[in-house]
Design a protein around this ligand. Structure first.
Ligand SMILES: *[C@@H]1O[C@H](CO)[C@@H](O)[C@H](O)[C@H]1NC(C)=O
Ligand SMILES: *[C@@H]1O[C@H](CO)[C@@H](O)[C@H](O)[C@H]1NC(C)=O
Ligand SMILES: *[C@@H]1O[C@H](CO)[C@@H](O)[C@H](O)[C@H]1NC(C)=O
Ligand SMILES: *[C@@H]1O[C@H](CO)[C@@H](O)[C@H](O)[C@H]1NC(C)=O
Length: 297
């Protein structure tokens, strides 16, 4: 269901999922890449050396996704964030973050379909990805809802700080780590608050899963490491010597990722934060626009 139902090309999806399952199995029996050697030779970030970081300037195109903005800020994607091909996105997210090839095709292909563009020949600007309720959706952990903040590239610093401060895990050296329950809890809070304060709030089942996918990226690719995430989420920069925490040679597959997504989503309980708002939400359709002055049932 996750990321799958809304796509027209069912056969492509079945092929991608079969491919994904086989990559998952190959990963299981293959040795992991060594720490310090995850980023492949010949690509940006090898030996922990990322190309120069230059923050976006006036007129550059950026979006609600910190991982993609960071790639543009380092020049791995065009620095102006414009005229990007879906293929280029596929190749660069593979080498930068070590998502599996199946994942790296699936997501750009999904984006192309969402924008009614052709994966093979069309191009896009990062800001175009923020089509509301396409990929971009309410109750973000990092952005104010579109209703309050039309430019979804704008980092909402208090949300990011609250997210990072909510970390309860620790690694062997005592560094803070975000955990699955941390992400479920902060997501519960953001959803309850957004539902209560945004008169145009909507969050379908699909977008809930998508939101939990973002959380799962923080936990998997970034290993939940708060110190790294401070740089990634607040500056949209890859830290010095950073590498993906996924060491499997074929990267993070959809199937493996899905396990974390489902755990994060399952642990979300809005009633912990706004019993009244969450209870009334049960009576209206999940994706309907809720206006306080009109009944929508
Ligand atoms: C976008 O890139 C393509 C391929 O490099 C190029 O042909 C085209 O002119 C570019 N479009 C713009 C608006 O820069
Ligand atoms: C996606 O990128 C990989 C390289 O990482 C390449 O092998 C594959 O052919 C690309 N797929 C498409 C459909 O562009
Ligand atoms: C997940 O990412 C999308 C795209 O960047 C964003 O619109 C959405 O609000 C995020 N969801 C959460 C829960 O952070
Ligand atoms: C993710 O899990 C759901 C629920 O178990 C399942 O329906 C879906 O097919 C899975 N997706 C992938 C890519 O494994």
């Amino acid at each position: 269901m996750f990321l799958i139902t809304p796509i027209a090309k069912v056969t492509t999806d079945i092929a991608v999922l079969a491919w994904d399952v086989s990559l998952t199995l190959i990963n299981l029996v293959s040795p992991k890449r060594k720490v310090g050697q995850v980023t492949p030779h010949g690509y940006a970030g090898v030996d922990g050396k990322w190309p120069e970081f230059i923050p976006a300037k006036e007129g550059d195109s950026r979006c609600s996704c910190p991982a993609l903005n960071a790639m543009a800020n380092h020049g791995i994607l065009p620095r102006d964030g414009k005229n990007i091909s879906f293929k280029e996105l596929n190749h660069t997210i593979r080498t930068t973050y070590n998502f599996a090839p199946s994942f790296c095709f699936f997501v750009p292909n999904f984006a192309a379909n969402m924008l009614k563009k052709k994966y093979g020949k069309d191009r896009f600007d990062l800001a175009e990805l923020d089509l509301h309720n396409g990929i971009e959706h309410d109750a973000s952990l990092l952005r104010r809802d579109l209703y309050f903040e039309p430019n979804q590239a704008t980092i909402h610093v208090p949300y990011v700080k609250e997210l990072l401060e909510s970390a309860t895990g620790k690694d062997a050296d005592g560094n803070a780590l975000l955990t699955i329950p941390d992400l479920s809890l902060i997501s519960s809070k953001r959803r309850a608050e957004a539902r209560a304060e945004n008169p145009e709030f909507s969050l379908s089942k699909f977008h809930k899963m998508f939101g939990s996918s973002n959380s799962s990226t923080l936990l998997t690719i970034f290993g939940g490491r708060v110190r790294d995430l401070e740089t990634v989420l607040l500056e949209e920069r890859l830290p010095e010597a950073w590498e993906s925490r996924i060491r499997e040679p074929y990267g993070l597959t959809l199937m493996t990722f899905n396990k974390t997504v489902l755990k994060v989503e399952k642990g979300i309980d809005e009633t912990k934060f706004a019993p009244a708002a969450a209870a009334s939400a049960e009576t209206t359709s999940r994706s309907s626009v809720q206006k306080p002055t009109e009944e929508t049932s």
